[in-house]
Write a protein that binds this ligand. Structure first.
Ligand code: DLL
Length: 432
């Protein structure tokens, strides 16, 4: 099922023609109205006339998060303030947040992409969509909201939190589509269980989960606990919000809406563009945005692209599930570790609960990684010996898969903080 078959199944030739035409317009737009871009282009001896083919994109300068900070709040906008109808912002953990803005047309584009995403994830106009992404400056809530309304589904704008009420509403309103972060979905499953309810009492069919990395094993956990299809949705504020890419029912890669965003994969070190199939940093250029077009934005997300045809019929390029951001990666004694890799190992062993946290400390100049993971009630009250055995097994598996010796700490059920939005997986206590 498609929302916009013409756009989602367009021939690659036609798509590239459209991309080039839109790219030229975007480049002219930013060059003529944003001093930052004009300066960056001129520093490379470039002007909009240099874009003659899609291949010329690789010569344009990158845009990075710092450029948003340096031009805070509206310096990268291409329209006067009266044309902006909405602001959002991403929660900067350090320094100023990133501010993004939308014209009326941008909001319409976003709703279109979210309608496509919801349909790809299994929603129809008869759906009841429970939207537990946070409403507010975060793009998740309102992004999904407008898409669901355009689709004609009934949206429940419940936002994140108050989980018992979420469960009650889910049951009583007959929610069939849940939208929230994967970590929150897991928490909802836990509360359903605590309330003594069974999934058979719900109409839930699918969940559209994103905004944070989650492993394939985490998907299986969520699918079996909630008895649904769990679909991955990707996006970021700087580009538009949720709805940049979405999985189809094949669940093998996320289709990127290339008629609006051109993706590239680059080598993070050299900045060189990598061919299809190779893993690297994902970079996006928006080609239809009005208020805030972005040229070659470095997402810091690690993935690869493929244009192998997909069984679903969409011709759009697919990106591999994002396993992590380069900023989330911790380097412990020289070994690169992504939280999702640890997650995958823990869930594969399967004797712990899917709630974990990584704590990094530095003792006598040596990095120490402690993996805290919850065990079930029954396991916790079991013999010490069994717990020690499990610790040992996790230690060995982490050592052989990730090449790192970590301290494993099995903790009591429900002691790791639950998240209602993006989960905090790493606590880095190193003073570097
Ligand atoms: O998280 C937008 C969003 C809302 C996406 C709801 C999906 C659903 P930001 O807060 O700007 O925007 O964070 C963007 O989150 O660069 C990735 O590192 C991460 N991220 C988003 N979706 C995924 C995903 C929203 N499906 C940053 N898998 C991105 C892995 C994701 N990481």
């Amino acid at each position: 099922m498609y929302w916009n078959q013409e756009a989602e199944c367009m021939s690659r030739d036609r798509l590239q023609e459209l991309q080039l035409q839109r790219l030229k317009k975007t480049v002219e737009r930013v060059y003529n109205s944003v001093p930052h871009y004009r300066r960056a282009f001129q520093a490379r001896g470039l002007d909009p006339g240099h874009i003659r083919s899609l291949d010329d994109l690789k010569n344009l300068p990158f845009t990075v998060k710092q450029d948003f900070r340096d031009n805070y709040p509206f310096g990268l906008f291409t329209v006067p303030q009266h044309e902006v109808v909405r602001y959002h912002s991403s929660s900067g953990t350090t320094g100023k947040p990133t501010v993004v803005g939308y014209t009326r047309n941008d909001i319409a584009t976003w709703a279109e992409l979210m309608a496509r995403s919801l349909v790809s994830g299994g929603a129809t106009r008869n759906s009841v969509v429970q939207n537990a992404y946070g409403y507010g400056l975060f793009t998740g809530g309102l992004g999904v909201h407008y898409g669901a309304e355009l689709l004609g589904a009934a949206i429940i704008p419940i936002s994140g939190g108050n989980t018992q009420r979420q469960v009650m509403v889910m049951k009583d309103f007959g929610t069939d589509i849940l939208t929230c972060t994967p970590s929150y979905a897991l928490f909802i499953a836990e509360v359903i269980d605590e309330m003594g309810l069974k999934m058979e009492e719900f109409k839930l069919k699918a969940g559209i989960f994103g905004a944070e990395p989650w492993s394939e094993n985490m998907r299986h956990q969520i699918e079996s606990k909630l008895k649904i299809d769990a679909i991955d949705i990707y996006g970021l504020s700087e580009i538009i919000g949720p709805g940049v890419a979405i999985e189809c029912s094949e669940k093998c890669g996320l289709h990127i809406f290339e008629d609006h965003f051109i993706p590239e994969i680059i080598d993070s070190e050299s900045g060189e563009v990598l061919p299809y199939g190779e893993k690297g940093e994902l970079v996006f250029t928006t080609i239809t945005k009005e208020a805030l077009p972005v040229i070659r934005y470095r997402t810091r997300d690690i993935t690869s692209l493929t244009i192998e045809p997909c069984i679903c019929g969409r011709t759009l390029v697919r990106m591999e599930k994002v396993t992590g951001r380069s900023d989330d990666m911790i380097i412990v004694r020289g070994v690169n570790v992504f939280p999702t890799q640890v997650e995958s190992v823990l869930l594969e062993i399967g004797e712990t609960e899917p709630h974990y946290q990584l704590v990094v400390t530095r003792v006598n100049n040596l990095d120490m990684l402690e993996i805290q993971v919850e065990v079930s009630e029954s396991m916790f009250s079991d013999k010490i010996k069994r717990l020690e055995e499990l610790e040992k097994r996790i230690f060995n598996r982490i050592d052989s898969v990730l090449g790192i010796s970590a301290k494993i700490r099995l903790v009591e059920p429900k002691t790791i903080p639950r998240s209602e939005g993006k989960a905090k997986r790493v606590i880095d206590n190193r003073q570097i």
